[in-house]
Structures are given as structure tokens and as C-alpha cells.
Design a protein around this ligand. Structure first.
Ligand SMILES: Cc1cc2nc3c(=O)[nH]c(=O)nc-3n(C[C@H](O)[C@H](O)[C@H](O)COP(=O)(O)OP(=O)(O)OC[C@H]3O[C@@H](n4cnc5c(N)ncnc54)[C@H](O)[C@@H]3O)c2cc1C
Length: 359
């Protein structure tokens, strides 16, 4: 969110100072792990569809500006029971916004994509336009174009305090102090340290992602033949997987992690955790149940309703907060970055962010 906002602000001629406690892209927060899903038939709520549609355009523009490959279309399957949150929600967004989609039976899913084995009574929403973003490259690309447009970026420089003061803000970091007209806080899992009232409302959730070597012919997991697949199991668990981009088949449970503190995250992955994900893999994608090639821990910053938090600070209008993307924010980052720039420069945004206002 910060890298995208820095770019959009700098592009509009603002004097921008971007600060990060680490050197992004890095693996300490929420934007690492090599792949992110982008999808339009948004099961969470149709209100996200216009936001993701704008994001597709902005990701493609960023590719053109930087000459980098950031987004690959693979299609996506949302698989589960017809009346479940995932399938019914994805279909609702597709119908509301007249998206291209198809309903498939479990049998049709396996016939088209033989590595996927839904239960006989499951169905799927097939969304051909969904795809994969490469998050480290995306963050790096945004930072690069932000710099090109004149932004100053200082890394390994944590913000330790800020003080609203008159019409502006004084920002204290580990290296010094700065004055600014406005402050945008996009601290992800650390936002509670900078806005203490948010700490009580948010949960930082530890999430593990796994890369498994495919068994049998690996070509069946090539992203051109194996789309994104999101599953809602009969017990209401959500999990998802990608094709093999060269590191193995990436799989993970969604919202199944323990609450944590961003400064004391357990980064090692236990055998018991790996055994749990393998139960889902064996049942629904059995040919992905090969050797564990890698695992990584990432952080969700969850609001109680799992929608985002994008709002002015309740006491200081010169401070804008954009955090707590509740485990599904990456795809929107250029849209949100553009909207944050509009809010800071124009006082209002073209994007409808009203659902994310928290006052
Ligand atoms: C495992 C996993 C899978 C996901 N899958 C998807 C997906 O498929 N699709 C999707 O759209 N979204 C997905 N998400 C969610 C998405 O990745 C996040 O919503 C998004 O990356 C959050 O970005 P952010 O800018 O808020 O946080 P971050 O990228 O963590 O950025 C916050 C930054 O603030 C810096 N910072 C913090 N405190 C300070 C301070 N005091 N001073 C200076 N700098 C500070 C940090 O160093 C960090 O760089 C996933 C998340 C995870 C963890």
C-alpha cells in the first residue's frame, strides 16, 4: 500500500518521503511469498469488483512503465458447495457485475483440470480472467517508479513516533525528525504501534504457506494447465493453491492461523502444521502431496469484519490510515494507492472506499 501510494503521490507532483523499518520488498510483513491471487468474482462482497477492475488496468500500466512481468492470467476456480460462502459469494459478484464466468460440476472440474479432485457434490465458479501477481516484483516496481517521479525513500528507518502539530505533522524516526503537511500510515501489521486505538480492534494472524513438489508428471501443474483454486471444505475451512511457477505447488489455509505480535512471530513451521495442510492436499489435490520444498510465514492484519480500514485519523485530519487488509488486500494496492493520493491531494477519491471508513 505504501509503495503504491508513494508512486501515485509522486506522479501527481507531491513532495514524498517514504519511510520503511525494513528494506522492501522484504519477508517480515504481509507482501512476500512469490505469488498473490487476483480475481474479480469476489466472494467477499461485490463492492470490491470495481476496485479490482481498476487494479487490473493499473497493474498493466505499471508493467508497461517498468517493462516487468507482474501479472499472469491463469483463471481461477472457486470450489465448494453451491450455497456456501465461497461459491455463492463469487457467483453473486459475477452476476451483479456481469462478469465472464461459468458454473462447473465437481466432475467437470476434474475433467478439465485432472489434478483437482472436488467431492462429487461440490461445484465451482470458473473465472477465466483471474490470475497471479508477483508481489516482490510489484512492490519493487512501485518503488522504482515512485523514485523516478521524485519520491525520496528511506529504508531501515523505523518511525518511532508522530505528533500532529498545527496543520502538519512531526515525524520521529530512529535516524531523525521530519516535518510534513500530511502523514499517510500504511504500516500493515505494525499499525497498532503507531495508532494505539487500532491495536485493540485488530488481530495479527500468523499464516503459513507451503510449496510441495508435485508427484508424477509436473507438467500437469504448469500454471497454463492448473489455474488458481480456492476451496471451501464441507467443514467450512478455506484453503487455496496455485500452479507450479518453478518452486513447487503453493498451498495454504486461509484464516487458520494463531494470533501473534508482529515483533515476535514464530517463523519456523512445525511438522504438525505441515501434516495439517497435507490432509487437505491429499483429499483435494493428491498429486501435489510430494516433498515439502519450502514454507514461509506471513501476516494477516484482520479487522473484525475482514473489510479494510482506510480512513482519516479520528482526531487529526492531516493523518490518513490505510491498513488492515485482512488477508486479501494485495491485488488492490494500485487502486488503493491511487485513491490515497486523491484523498491526500483532492480531499476525495474516485474509488468508493466508504465501506472502509471506521469512524
Ligand atoms: C500468506 C498470505 C497470502 C495472501 N494472499 C493474498 C492474495 O492471494 N491476494 C491478495 O490480494 N492479498 C493476499 N494477501 C494479503 C495481502 O498480501 C496484504 O493485504 C497486503 O500485502 C498488505 O500490504 P500492506 O502494505 O498493508 O502491508 P506490508 O506489505 O506488510 O507493509 C507494511 C510496511 O510497513 C512497514 N512498517 C511497519 N511499521 C513501520 C514503522 N514504524 N516505521 C516504518 N515502516 C514501518 C513494514 O516494514 C512494511 O514494509 C495475503 C497475505 C498473506 C500473509
Amino acid at each position: 500500500m505504501g509503495s503504491a501510494a508513494a508512486f501515485h503521490l509522486a506522479r501527481r507532483g507531491q513532495r514524498v518521503l517514504g519511510l520503511d523499518r525494513f528494506t522492501p520488498p522484504h519477508a517480515h510483513g504481509s507482501s512476500h511469498g512469490r505469488t498473490r491471487i487476483i480475481r474479480e468474482a469476489y466472494f467477499e462482497d461485490p463492492l470490491y469488483v470495481p476496485l479490482v477492475q481498476r487494479a487490473y488496468s493499473l497493474w498493466r500500466e505499471l508493467e508497461a512503465q517498468t517493462g516487468r512481468a507482474l501479472l499472469t492470467i491463469t483463471g481461477a476456480l472457486m470450489i465448494g458447495h453451491e450455497e456456501g460462502t465461497l461459491v455463492a459469494g463469487a457467483r453473486r459478484s459475477a452476476v451483479t457485475h456481469r462478469l465472464e464466468y461459468e458454473m462447473l460440476t465437481g466432475h467437470e472440474v476434474s475433467a478439465r483440470f485432472p489434478v483437482l479432485r472436488p467431492d462429487a457434490d461440490m461445484v465451482a465458479v470458473w473465472e477465466p480472467g483471474a490470475g497471479v501477481l508477483f508481489p516482490e516484483a510489484c512492490v519493487d516496481a512501485h518503488l522504482g517508479v515512485a523514485r523516478t517521479h521524485g519520491a525520496t525513500l528511506r529504508f531501515d528507518e523505523p518511525v518511532t513516533a508522530w505528533h500532529a502539530d498545527g496543520a502538519g505533522v512531526r515525524i520521529v524516526t530512529a535516524a531523525g525528525e521530519y516535518r510534513a503537511g500530511q502523514l499517510l500510515l500504511t504500516a500493515g501489521a505494525w499499525i497498532g504501534a503507531l495508532v494505539p486505538r487500532m491495536a485493540q480492534l485488530l488481530t495479527i494472524e500468523r499464516q503459513v504457506v507451503y510449496w510441495l513438489a508435485p508427484r508424477g508428471d509436473p507438467a500437469r501443474f504448469d500454471p497454463s494447465r492448473c489455474p488458481i483454486h480456492l476451496w471451501e471444505t464441507p467443514t467450512g475451512r478455506f484453503f487455496y493453491g496455485f500452479g507450479d511457477f518453478g518452486d513447487g505447488v503453493k498451498v495454504a489455509l486461509h484464516h487458520a492461523g494463531a494470533a501473534t505480535d508482529p515483533d515476535h512471530v514464530r517463523r519456523t513451521v512445525s511438522d504438525a502444521e505441515t501434516a495439517t495442510i497435507r490432509e487437505y492436499v491429499r483429499r483435494f489435490i493428491p498429486d501435489a502431496d510430494g516433498l515439502l520444498r519450502d514454507a514461509s510465514v506471513c501476516l494477516y492484519t484482520n479487522t473484525p469484519d475482514e473489510h479494510f480500514w482506510i480512513d482519516r485519523h479520528p482526531e487529526h485530519a492531516q493523518v490518513l490510515i490505510a491498513s488492515a487488509c485482512s488477508g486479501h488486500g494485495f491485488k488492490f494496492s494500485p487502486t488503493i494507492g491511487e485513491a490515497l493520493a486523491e484523498l491526500l491531494i483532492d480531499g476525495r477519491s474516485h474509488a468508493d472506499l466508504s465501506r472502509f471508513v471506521r469512524r
